[in-house]
Write a protein that binds this ligand. Sequence first.
Ligand SMILES: Cc1ncc(COP(=O)(O)O)c(C=O)c1O
Length: 404
Amino acid sequence: MNIKETTRKYVMDTYGRFDLVLARGSGCILYDDAGKGYIDFASGIAVNDLGYNNGLINEAIISQAKKLIHVSNYFYTEPQALLAEKLCKSSFADKVFFCNSGAESIEGAIKLARIYSQKISKRGHKIIAMQNSFHGRTFGALSATGQSKYHKGFEPLLDGFAHVKFNDFEAVNEAIEGAEGKDYCAVIVEPVQGEGGVNLADKNYLKRLRELTAKNDVLLIFDEVQAGLGRTGKLFAYMNFDVEPDIMTLAKPLAGGLPMGAVLAKDGVAKAFEPGSHASTFGGGPLVAAAANAFFDEISKEGFLEEVCKTGEYMKSKLDGLKAGFAGLIKDVRSIGLISAIEFYSIKAKDAAVELIGEGFLTTAVQENILRFTPPLIIKKNDIDLFAEAVAKVLAKKEKNEPR
Ligand SMILES: Cc1ncc(COP(=O)(O)O)c(C=O)c1O
């Protein structure tokens, strides 16, 4: 079978795919169908945080599959109970709702915010979201997303989202303290805007948002679908900012590569949901929950996140070196833990990603001129050295052709 042709013929054309068929993976290396290896600086889209063919994840999935893959949420299962306890005991939250993806976790968060408003805070249904944010492709998540390129062709979107400038406290303050402030029930923000280009929130901004929202009984929602669960070097991204949200969304790496999302909240907020309010057929099923327990146990092990911080610092030093060496091509580098990006002046990120594939490295083009790196959290310094050399090689070629 010609895999590319068959895919193009039968799968809807929603992805700009690279010209690569991936067949298997091991550690931080993916292999194509001809057996050529690529060092992964993408991890899917920030998913495969323990790399490929991880023994702990495999063992958890295989042993759980032999016991029970699925039962409905009308019954209790041990993997779900264990995972919920771990997530709550290690975060600000008291309760969790399980779903299957990042977008679904956002839908859950929006519904929880609205019902909390109707039943408890008695405010309106509107939500303040950030420009340049990304929350997913379903209608609620899409409406929360502050990038019009994703909206095009799908309007009208869900009513009630106001988008304000990221990191601009006054913009949120004006909305909440303004004449129509009572209309707003929540503020949703990514502490690190991943798809937006690895833009970090200011610590003081989040702190002031926390004070403002708490004062007005407006819920503060952190979307940690991409930056949560160890990616920033802390278990949850909010821990870098010393600010706790009322609701947090998780997904991507949560179940070691299987689809899973979660909405976490404090008791006082979670109590707005009651049996029948919200549901998911597959959410928190025993197979994905078993994989998630294995993943969570691994990243919670003593020393694991310290190592992520160290490797992250190393990656940052290499990116800073590239910026110094290619000052005419690189406008900025940004990073926290093991999520980082290079912003180019004019080089197309997609072109750079294609050239890096030629050098044996996988990356993600997130904006026109922004290339993002989210390697597995187990990436080694040696791989980072090879990666920096490859980026330097690609940029040296570009320097000849594309001076600033
Ligand atoms: C911050 C954030 N929220 C939500 C989503 C949507 O997740 P999913 O693609 O699993 O629906 C993403 C995906 O990139 C994301 O980065």
